[in-house]
Design a protein around this ligand. Structure first.
Ligand code: FES
Length: 357
């Protein structure tokens, strides 16, 4: 086969004017200085695709087929994710019964990845340039002319990849690579639903009665004595509820009765009932439940890092690392004489994450 019949990009003579530089025939004899002689490279053998255009087209179709299978496998991955119920099981020999969803996702993802890799390897082995190159070791720092050569080689490589000529490969490869990331996008759904405004709101709403957390009974004003500290939860929230912990972590209240004359903050007085004030029990530092009340000073203390809040003055912070006052819940009394909420907190409870950038 003459060099005229070999594709331009695969003719070694045109890329390597100095045969020795590429190792062909650079056979050296071992001597005392050079005990390991360079054996050189065996003569270059052209691939069948280099000399037979029909074989090259067959390889092109194989590569395109593999990329197309990858696309189909990615579509199968997405379809499996959407269509197969989580609880469905199938029997797979020899593993036994396994989740049909996991099996389908794993299989389709594996096929999608494998066929992209197999297509790329087959493409490189059969259609890309077949020129053998021996590269001498050189200093790590590349001189400018080497960088220029690398750039030129890169451009040459782009040309030799025959993407311009093999449009079927180019299009199917771009299709496979563009589609495959959709698998990862689909998995983002498993991160769970967005919190939306749930962190800013609690269960409290107008008309919900305040229930004593110890007795589980609705609270009347008479149940709250001066100097006592009562913990309350929203009516309807029971310990056996599935989301009890999630809700109580935001809605827990401290109820304290003060002498109205002792309340310094005007808004606090308006939001109280006969001196009974309701504040969030969740510390605004990092969210510990506050549990210590000093009745002489009307201070409450968080046991975690000793943040101290003055309940007679809008629960402002008077000591410790907490960033802001405890949120107050506006309360009143309903027709049956029970304490009730007159709305939700007007600001998020707990740690002040929303105040940060
Ligand atoms: S959590 Fe209350 S002071 Fe740190």
């Amino acid at each position: 086969m003459s060099s005229q019949e070999i594709p331009e990009e695969n003719r070694p003579a045109e890329r390597a004017t100095d045969e020795d530089a590429h190792g062909h025939g650079a056979v050296a004899v071992a001597d005392e200085q050079n005990p390991f002689a360079n054996p050189g490279l065996p003569p270059h053998e052209h691939r069948v695709q280099d000399i037979d255009e029909r074989a090259a087209q067959r390889s092109e179709r194989v590569v395109a087929f593999l990329f197309t299978v990858s696309m189909l496998a990615t579509v199968a991955f997405i379809a499996s994710y959407v269509a197969i119920p989580k609880e469905e099981a199938i029997y797979v020999f020899p593993i036994g019964h396994i989740s049909a969803l996991n099996f389908a996702l794993g299989l389709s993802l594996g096929v999608a990845l494998f066929t992209i890799g197999a297509g790329a390897v087959h493409w490189a082995r059969t259609l890309m340039s077949d020129v053998e190159i021996a590269d001498e070791r050189h200093p790590i720092e590349a001189p400018p002319e080497v960088k220029a050569k690398v750039l030129a080689d890169f451009k040459e490589g782009a040309k030799e990849s025959v993407l311009g000529r093999r449009k079927l490969i180019r299009n199917t490869m771009f299709g496979a690579l563009a589609l495959f990331p959709l698998s990862g996008v689909m998995l983002l759904r498993d991160l769970g639903p967005l919190p939306e405004t749930k962190l800013r709101h609690t269960m409290w709403r107008k008309g919900l009665q305040l229930v004593n957390m110890n007795t589980n009974e609705p609270l009347r004003p008479a149940d709250v004595a001066v100097g006592s500290l009562t913990f309350a939860k929203p009516e309807g929230l029971e310990e056996h509820d599935e989301d009890f912990q999630k809700e109580i972590a935001k809605a827990a209240l401290m109820i304290v009765r003060l002498q109205p004359d002792n309340i310094k903050d005007k808004k606090e007085l308006e939001w109280s009932h006969e001196g009974i004030v309701a504040y969030s029990k969740i510390c605004t530092h990092v969210g510990c439940p506050i549990s210590l009340y000093e009745q002489q000073t009307h201070h409450v203390l968080c046991p975690c890092h000793q943040s101290t809040f003055d309940l007679s003055d809008g629960a402002r912070v008077i000591f410790g690392p907490a960033g802001h006052a405890l949120p107050q819940l506006r309360i009143g009394v309903n027709d049956e004489g029970y304490l009730e909420a007159l709305g939700d907190f007007e600001e998020p409870v707990g740690p002040a994450f929303w105040e940060r950038g």
